[in-house]
Design a protein. Structure first.
Length: 118
């Protein structure tokens, strides 16, 4: 599955960004079967899972982002989103989207840089 991630950028602490992950070339039923997640990797650190949304809409978050970040999905647009509010400098990282399903296996987006200045 080809994934197109976008929406990163430079923002001041306390600001917001919304990341998008598009899967334009899969059919809607396959999109709906995917568990979608967002991960991030800061310089010198391992990639970490920060948010997941299941096909039924259930969500889970890393403790450090819960209450500030919201993951969502739009079947009509075949897109997933990560709304990030109250950003902190420690949120600076490259953010990756991930799709997983039996139909299409595991796919990663190309990564989008988020930089939060203090």
């Amino acid at each position: 599955v080809q994934l197109q991630a976008s929406g990163g950028g430079l923002v001041q602490a306390g600001g917001s960004l919304r990341l998008s992950c598009a899967a334009p070339r899969i059919i809607t039923s396959v999109f709906n079967s995917n568990t979608i997640s967002w991960h991030r990797q800061a310089p010198g650190k391992e990639r970490e899972l920060i948010a997941t949304i299941t096909p039924s809409g259930g969500t889970n978050y890393l403790d450090s982002v819960e209450g500030r970040f919201t993951i969502s999905r739009d079947s009509a647009k075949k897109k997933a989103y990560l709304q990030m509010n109250s950003l902190k400098p420690e949120d600076t990282a490259v953010y990756y989207c991930n799709f997983q399903s039996r139909a299409n296996g595991v796919s990663w987006g190309q990564g989008t840089q988020v930089t939060v200045s203090s």
